[in-house]
Write a protein that binds this ligand. Structure first.
Ligand SMILES: [Zn+2]
Length: 215
C-alpha cells in the first residue's frame, strides 16, 4: 500500500513518525509521510528521514520513493522520524498559491489562454502561456484582483475529488474550484504581497514570474 499522504491532511506539519516499508539500497518507502515529492510543478521538500538527509523524493503512481544521501542504517519495519525544512516548504506553499490565483485570474479575464508550463521553486514561481504580444499589459488588472483576493484572506478548502486515486482539489467559495495535488495554504492572506515580472521566452510565448514582494 502506498504511503499515507500526511502533507495533504495537514500541510503545516513539520515532523512526524513513520515506519519504513521497504529498503532498496539507498531508496526507501514509508507507511505515512509529510515529505512532499515533486508533482504538479511544485518542488519536493528538503529534509531528513531518521536523521539522514533526503537526496530526492520521487512520486511514481501513488507511491513516493525517497533516496537517502550517503550510507544509512534504515531497515524495513523501523520506526523513524521524518522532518522537513519548513521555511522552504512554507515559501513553496505561498508561491504555489500565488501561482494558483494568478493562473485563475488570467484564465478568467483573458479567455483561458493555453498554459504551456509552470514551476514552483522556493525563490519564485513561473507560469508560461502561448500568448501573442507583451503579457505585462495585463499585470495591472491581475495585480489588483490578486491583491484583493489576498487581502480578503479567504478560506481555502482542500479535499479529495477521488480518494482511491488520490486526486485532490482546492476551492475558494465564490472564486474557483481547481484540481491540484499540491500542498495548499489555509487562507489566501498567507500568500502576502506578490510581484509579477514578464519574460519573453520565444515567439508568441510569454512567462509570468511571481515572487514574494520585497525580494
Ligand atoms: Zn495547487
Amino acid at each position: 500500500m502506498a504511503a499515507e499522504k500526511l502533507f495533504w491532511q495537514d500541510p503545516y506539519r513539520t515532523e512526524s513518525r513513520a515506519r519504513v516499508t521497504s529498503v532498496n539500497q539507498e531508496v526507501i518507502t514509508l507507511d505515512r509521510t509529510i515529505f512532499y515529492a515533486s508533482s504538479g510543478g511544485q518542488d519536493s521538500d528538503c529534509g531528513t528521514i531518521g536523521g539522514y538527509s533526503v537526496a530526492s523524493a520521487k512520486k511514481e503512481g501513488l507511491e513516493i520513493f525517497y533516496t537517502i544521501e550517503g550510507p544509512h542504517a534504515l531497515s524495513q519495519g523501523d520506526e523513524t522520524v521524518v522532518a522537513i525544512d519548513w521555511e522552504r516548504r512554507y515559501r513553496l506553499m505561498r508561491l504555489h498559491f500565488a501561482a494558483e490565483i494568478v493562473l485563475e485570474l488570467v484564465y478568467r479575464h483573458f479567455d483561458h489562454p493555453l498554459k504551456i508550463g509552470a514551476n514552483i521553486h522556493q525563490d519564485k514561481a513561473r507560469i508560461d502561456f502561448a500568448w501573442d504580444g507583451n503579457i505585462s499589459r495585463i499585470f495591472p488588472l491581475i495585480e489588483q484582483e490578486a491583491g484583493r483576493l489576498i487581502e480578503a484572506d479567504l478560506p481555502i478548502r482542500s479535499e479529495f475529488s477521488h480518494r482511491e486515486q488520490e486526486r485532490r482539489y482546492w476551492e475558494i467559495e465564490g472564486f474557483a474550484k481547481v484540481s491540484c495535488g499540491g500542498t495548499h495554504l489555509r487562507s489566501t492572506g498567507e500568500v502576502g504581497a506578490i510581484t509579477l515580472r514578464r519574460k519573453n521566452i520565444g515567439r508568441d510565448k510569454e512567462r509570468i514570474e511571481i515572487s514574494l514582494a520585497g525580494e
